[in-house]
Ligand binder design. Structure first.
Ligand code: ADP
Ligand code: MG
Length: 265
């Protein structure tokens, strides 16, 4: 069902599918729609966000009250020393983890307090994720890996395959479609992961040190592809990085230190 609706279903249908959501739901055909979002709402709003972990012996305040907005189509880099809470923050934005307090509003929808099923649905349609260590499924070919988000959201038929091939071509891997991850270099695997992240046109793409495991040449190539796909698809991009060269390409920088946002000078 999702797959059919993910293609060019009329907006009214797509709204209906998700009940009374105020969000423009799916964005397969119209990037303009994707960039605009609900009137007046940023793509991401984080307010008073905290994350505390209580272990048997002590308590770790990982995030201690984070506030920021990211506008539609923006490319924001998050920097900060190791241990400052960057990955925790990104995991919360992706709905992979739940905050201790505070709110995360994606495209006008408050994701804090959603149950597992709704969270999974939201992740599938709203957020793409690129990890430092690629996270490709070893038993699937490059093309099957790229197709996976489409199939997980109920898609089938040739439109998905066409899109997967087009994306693999965009990242320069059209001749590696049938290769398994183990037959690909690190840079190639990350390019497959990029194609996969864009497969269902998520309005928001989150990337946690996507070039961290690559040498500088491959890292540069992956970054160029990420930025060009981001522009082409009209995605809102939030990228965690240690690399000042990478962050210099962003439209805005958010710096974390000890679980807090450092005010810009
Ligand atoms: P960064 O990505 O900026 O390096 P992280 O978000 O991974 O930082 O981690 C922030 C801090 O929280 C670190 O000190 C880390 O050790 C701690 N931390 C993260 N996850 C857990 C956990 N599950 N239990 C205890 N401490 C954690
Ligand atoms: Mg990290």
């Amino acid at each position: 069902m999702w797959g059919r609706l993910l293609t060019c279903a009329p907006i009214a249908n797509r709204r209906k599918l998700l009940g009374n959501q105020t969000v423009p739901v799916l964005t397969q055909c119209h990037n303009k729609e994707l960039q605009e979002g609900p009137i007046g709402m940023p793509a991401i709003r984080v307010s008073a966000l905290t994350k505390t972990i209580q272990t048997a012996t002590h308590r770790v305040d990982i995030l201690r009250g984070i506030d920021f907005d990211v506008q539609h189509g923006e490319f924001v880099a998050i920097m900060g020393p190791s241990g400052s809470g960057k990955s925790t923050l990104l995991g919360l934005l992706a709905g992979l983890d739940t905050p201790t307090s505070g709110h995360i509003i994606l495209d006008g929808e408050d994701i804090t307090g959603l149950d597992e099923d709704r969270m999974a649905l939201l992740r599938g349609r709203k957020v793409g994720f690129v990890f430092q260590s690629y996270h490709l499924l070893p038993t699937l070919t490059a093309e099957e890996n790229v197709l996976l988000p489409f199939e997980l959201t109920g898609g089938n038929g040739s439109s998905g395959r066409t899109r997967a091939r087009e994306l693999l071509e965009s990242v320069g891997l059209d001749d590696r479609r049938e290769h398994y991850p183990v037959q690909l270099s690190g840079g190639e695997q990350q390019r497959v992961a990029l194609a996969r992240a864009f497969m269902v046109r998520p309005p928001i793409l989150l990337a946690d040190e996507p070039t961290g495991n690559l040498d500088s040449q491959n890292g540069q190539h992956v970054l160029d592809l990420l930025i060009s796909l981001n522009k082409r698809e009209g995605t809102t991009l939030v990228l965690v990085t240690h690399d000042p060269l990478l962050s210099s390409r962003a439209s805005r920088l958010i710096t974390l230190r000890d679980g807090l946002v450092v005010p810009n000078p």
